[in-house]
Write a protein that binds this ligand. Sequence first.
Ligand code: NIG
Ligand code: FE
Length: 407
Amino acid sequence: MADWDLLLTDTRLATMNPALPGYGAIEGAAAIAIRDGRIAWLGKQSELPRGDALAHRSLGGCWITPALIDCHTHIVFGGDRAEEFEQRLGGASYEDIARAGGGIMSTVRATRSATADELFAAALPRVEALASEGVATVEIKSGYGLDMDTEIRMLEVARRLGDESSVDVRTTLLAAHTVPPEYKNDADGYIAFICDEILPRVAQRGLADAVDAYCESIAFSASQVATVFDKAAALGLPVKLHADQLSNCGGAALAARYKALSADHLEYTTPAGVDALSAASSVAVLLPGAFLTLSETQLPPIAAFRGKGVPMAVATDCNPGTSPICSLRTAMMLAARLFKLTPCECLAGVTREAARALGLLDDRGTLEIGKRADLALWNIGHPRDLAYWFGTPQLAERMTSGHTTRS
Ligand code: NIG
Ligand code: FE
């Protein structure tokens, strides 16, 4: 029996291994060996142990990074919000539109009236657009149903996208996204419905890998979110939070109190919130597409995250309202230009730290022995190019579990 299924030689590796500095680069001819869909060996080619491989490819100096991971999306939805985009260009604010019954609620109406097949057909090209840039893992949230049937339908469609597209999908229940009309003026009643009915059903059917909520003046208070998180904890589900996006609601501290996998957005997070995330080892997920689309000017506290060692991930937040972007490379570019992340932080943010934000770091997100052989092969001169160029296809090939699934 062969030692390896596939041996790749004459490559340059950006391993993103946290034990190595920067990109964790192995240059000057590196090799990577794959067996049973996992990385069996990697290092300098001159140190390659003796072994035979079923297949061998010499890659002519091509850079390889971990395949990319989009750790925050709302990619399953009905309709779109192009009209609201025009209203916002005319001066209306996101909150104004939401309070007038538009915003998230207009997507809820379109999603409720869409069949599972329609939602799947609309989402598939978005998922494949991410894949075309080297993404192999995508997190997908519910949150445009806000009733039992539609929240479940969204999660089923998300699971089906994982089964039938070329990406691995992690699902998140976001029933606490906004208060549906059935519970107008009774947000507590809706929270009780989530805890007593939706969460147990979703958990029992294994439809969600995590639970999210939107802590904001136009959504839910910290104590309402805490009620949802208590129930999630009782059901053994990890949590994450849309926190401090439009105002300081103490979201980061709340997420930290529940040892959240991540707190996301964070434009209005205070120094105390940064300290709390640091102590809880939660990931700060930065969403520059929403920052751009909302014409936000309040920057997330990047220097404080760096200073306190809070890991930073970068994601698209792909959604029809605040972040109509199906491009993780664009999110990397925006994180560099708007948030001044270094290109190395941008790449770590869509590989290692994105894996950490999904609780998957033991399995993927870096090039290390034992991890899934999810690889992106690039036509680039240096890994910094990935945050520098935009709108430029540079993926040569994507492998998932050691097989070429995009080229
Ligand atoms: O991540 N902040 C709340 N949720 C989404 C927006 C959803 C929408 O407007 O449809 C976000 O930005
Ligand atoms: Fe979001």
